[in-house]
Design a protein around this ligand. Sequence first.
Ligand code: ATP
Ligand code: MN
Length: 257
Amino acid sequence: MLPHLKDRPIALVRAPDGIDGQLFFQKHAERTAMPGLTAHERDLWPGHPPLLTVDTLDALLSAAQMNTIEFHTWNSLVPVVSKPDRVIFDLDPGDGVKWSHVQEAALLVRTLLAELKLEAWLKTSGGKGLHVVVPLATRLEYATVKSFSQAFVRHLARTIPERFSAVSGPANRLGKVYVDYLRNGKGQTTAAAFSARARPGMGVSMPIAWEQVTEIKSGAQWTVQTAREYLSFQTQDPWAAYWTTKQTVAAAIKRLA
Ligand code: ATP
Ligand code: MN
């Protein structure tokens, strides 16, 4: 989990009274100081309280000790916080969507990205859906990357309207997979790979290979009860090449326009 957290501003979901009790979404250091976490200077994000990062095993343990269940991260790293090094497409099944349509949606997103010469990796959300992650070179500003992701999702919804919605809200999503591009703005976060979820059953966000998408049965295929054993049998990291893949959306923006 640490490579997915290091240097990335975070938001934590803390559950001091268990996941059935009140949950706290914490983005800043102001409330409780957690020993080991790094609190960054205010000018990293002007107008906001200090951002937090979990950079070490001690910090991770400290957050766990402070009843953190979920770790959500920004799309950029502290050294170049204004430029994302990834774009995320969050696939959310609306009410009444068959799981097979979610699987198919993920493969369609992958195909369209491949058309745009962009390689993507997949993880379960640990909740209802899937997250498609596209690693980028830290070159473009948030606004540019976000507008790419918006254009991408609109194109998807226009091309395959029976399956995709680019508009949030339950009515628009009915029977469709909503692809949330708003995660790609500055200050927005997504549950990190290997994070548990503070929901019944406690799903885990699991990085998987594309070939596995047809085998899994939900976004919470793995939970805190099964994730560790599953991982202990894995001999290959499906995301191994993710870390060395640096892409740019510049050409894709032109093609989508
Ligand atoms: P699912 O697959 O079930 O959709 P998810 O991880 O994709 O799971 P959510 O957990 O519903 O989606 O999170 C939606 C967005 O809101 C994420 O960007 C997340 O970082 C953010 N978020 C989650 N909990 C809170 C909260 N309590 N307050 C503010 N933002 C939150
Ligand atoms: Mn989602």
